[in-house]
Write a protein that binds this ligand. Structure first.
Ligand code: B12
Ligand code: SF4
Length: 567
């Protein structure tokens, strides 16, 4: 395992705070690991922003889709991973309010308080450090996660250790444990409190995929990529599970513990490691596992596989960076991404494209055409992000050295969904937001709700593979179709009715798909839309009204204690 960690820069001031890189109590130390406090989807003095909610899809993918936006929360996996790999008594406090956090650090006497944050939430880290010094002065404060890449962080916050890069090995070292011990993977349900069309989906055990984290970082080293830079940059990454065998064991354990057959693989470029993926496939075949997998992969990595291999692996959702056809990233060299997207979808693989707005070659004259090109991929989901120099990345260094960084932009606004944080050669800061918003709107206008698009891809896969000679593949599509066809049919019914007023052409396409679903569904699923469809239409319209009144959603606060005995 490669380590890219360090503590606070060695200045006399920091030496005073740092004492030693090992906690004197070792594994007897009580540890609190917390994410930053909420609420998040509001504008406040701690850097929360209403346009930056704690929701993946609604924040950066389906945010223009109104009540059809997919809304869900994801736990803070970094601190869950650290907790699962230390033997000290440990609490994970996820999504606390400020009061929750204050209460937790006053009620319990923690020797170590670790805070996980990304750069946008720096002001919250500062406030939490202040609270700790006041309410729990004996605690050592450890700051980890991407916020650690902020230049001069040690002068902005009052902490004892700032950990850059991989945190499990650092924390084990700090507690005097074996940093090279095998990684124990925590049982993680990938998403929670999922909502769409104004209803919250039931949370049955096994219904939501398990998150698997094979590695952190990415060796491709694209200039803007913070995840790659934070774990070593080009050519480097930190692998937690080297082989397909190890991954298979972890996934089998998760299957048992969480009763799941689907996995969200949190690896920035899972398919890049072909040997590991193919070994995993061998083991899946031997054990007759018809698992499904959602993965991130670059176009060059996807092309290392045949469609058959991807389908056999169970890849059912794929997040691929499209960036821009003229950007020149290695991962895209020679790839016809439109053709690739079409092919993947024909094989039942949902594609989430990701495009960048505001690349260096963009101008007000060519950007609309580039957005149209992105939209023409007709992906199931499309993420748009502003080109953003973020501390720690090669892009940041370059833009800084060219004197193009806008110094007065608050870190809370550097998240790629608002306005440029640098001087672009041709596009103004104000226009950057206009183009970004237009991209989301255009994708929705032309391609319709993502929920419609994923049902279309599922149906394409089902038609192609329902009679597949490979029983594992057949089972996978049958399972999904049986479980969802009635629900999708009902959702399509409601979408069709809702869209009649908005965009007739999209409504007709949705209607045609609904008919196809009807033909392919069993008797019960065929009847369901007549009952459930009108209910969903009603909840959709109610949700539209709520959203118009400013309704937002926040994740629940979660406490999890391990190796714990009350003091
Ligand atoms: C899941 C996720 C989310 C979830 C958040 C879940 C949560 N509870 O916070 C959602 C979808 C809501 C989200 C939102 C956003 N995200 Co996000 N997200 C991710 C993602 C995809 C996975 C994070 C993860 O779990 N990784 C796996 C774990 C194991 O890695 P890790 O978190 O880095 O943790 C390791 C180390 O950092 C370290 N560590 C972490 N915490 C701690 C704490 C201590 C004490 C120590 C010692 C060590 C330590 O140890 C861990 C193990 O090695 C990453 C990309 C990625 N691949 O990491 C982006 C990422 C973290 N997000 C990012 C961004 C920019 C955002 C948004 C601003 C984007 C946007 N505009 O939509 C919003 C912010 C929302 C908000 N209000 O805060 C950036 C951060 C950039 C930066 N430099 O700060 C990333 C890196 C994506 C990217 N490449 O740009 N995100
Ligand atoms: S391929 Fe994706 S994850 Fe890897 S460095 Fe490039 S943008 Fe980052």
């Amino acid at each position: 395992m490669e380590l890219q960690t360090s503590t606070v820069a060695a200045t006399p001031e920091n030496d005073r705070r740092r004492d030693s890189a090992k906690h004197p109590k070792g594994t007897k130390a009580r540890v609190l690991l917390s994410s930053v406090f909420g609420p998040y989807a509001q504008d406040d003095e701690f850097g929360s922003r209403s346009i930056n909610p704690m929701e993946l899809y609604h924040n950066q993918v389906t945010r223009a889709q109104g009540s059809f936006s997919l809304r869900m929360f994801h736990r803070s996996w970094g601190i869950m991973l650290i907790q699962a790999n230390i033997s000290a008594p440990c609490t994970v406090l996820d999504f606390p309010t400020r009061d929750d956090f204050a209460r937790e650090i006053t009620r319990h006497s923690y020797d170590i308080i670790g805070i996980s944050s990304i750069i946008v939430n720096l002001a919250k880290v500062r406030e939490m450090c202040r609270m700790i010094r006041q309410l729990s002065p004996a605690s050592k404060i450890v700051i980890g996660g991407h916020v650690a890449a902020t230049p001069g962080l040690e002068t902005m916050i009052d902490a004892d250790h700032i950990v850059r890069g991989e945190g499990v090995a650092w924390m084990r070292r700090y507690l005097g444990e074996d940093e090279h011990a095998p990684i124990r993977h925590p049982a993680i349900v990938s998403g929670m409190q999922t909502r769409i069309m104004g209803i919250r989906l039931p949370e049955r055990k096994g219904a939501t995929a398990a998150t698997i984290i094979p590695s952190v970082g990415c060796p491709m080293g694209c200039n803007f990529c913070t995840t790659s830079a934070f774990f070593g940059g080009k050519g480097k990454f930190v692998n937690f599970f080297e082989s397909g065998d190890e991954l298979f064991e972890v996934m089998s354990r998760m299957e048992k513990e969480l009763k799941v057959q689907s996995f969200f693989v949190m690896d920035e470029n899972f398919l890049l490691h072909r040997e590991r993926a193919m070994r995993l496939l061998d083991r899946m075949k031997q054990a007759h596992k018809s698992w499904t997998m959602s993965v991130f992969a670059s176009a060059n990595a996807i092309r290392k596989y045949t469609m058959q291999e991807l389908v056999e692996l169970g890849v059912s959702w794929l997040w691929m960076g499209l960036e821009s056809p003229r950007a020149g990233y290695n991962k895209l060299q020679g790839a016809d991404t439109r053709e690739l997207t079409r092919e993947l979808r024909e094989h039942g693989i949902r594609v989430q494209g990701s495009s960048i707005i505001g690349l260096e070659h963009h101008t007000p004259d060519n950007i609309m055409a580039e957005i149209e090109h992105a939209v023409s991929h007709d992906t199931d989901f499309h993420q748009f992000m502003l080109y953003t120099p973020v501390p720690g990345t090669p892009l940041y260094q370059q833009i800084e050295s060219e004197g193009r960084l806008l110094r007065d932009v608050d870190y809370a606004d550097v998240h790629g969904q608002f306005k440029f944080n640098f001087k672009h050669a041709a596009i103004s800061r104000e226009d950057s937001k206009r183009f970004l918003d237009w991209a989301f709107w255009r994708d929705f206008e032309i391609n319709g709700p993502s929920l419609y698009r994923i049902s279309r891809t599922l149906l394409a896969g089902w038609k192609r593979y329902k009679d597949s000679p490979d029983a594992r593949v057949r089972e996978r599509f049958t399972r999904e179709m049986h479980r969802l066809s009635g629900v999708y049919g009902s959702a399509l019914w409601a979408m069709e009715h809702q869209f009649k007023k908005v965009n007739r052409e999209v409504a007709e396409r949705i209607g045609a798909l609904r008919q196809e679903f009807k033909q392919e569904s069993g008797i019960v699923s065929r009847m369901l839309p007549a009952v459930l469809g009108p209910v969903l239409l009603w909840t959709t319209r109610r949700e539209e009204r709520r959203l118009a009144q400013g309704k937002t959603y926040e994740p629940p606060t979660i406490w999890e204690r391990t190796n714990w005995a009350e003091a």
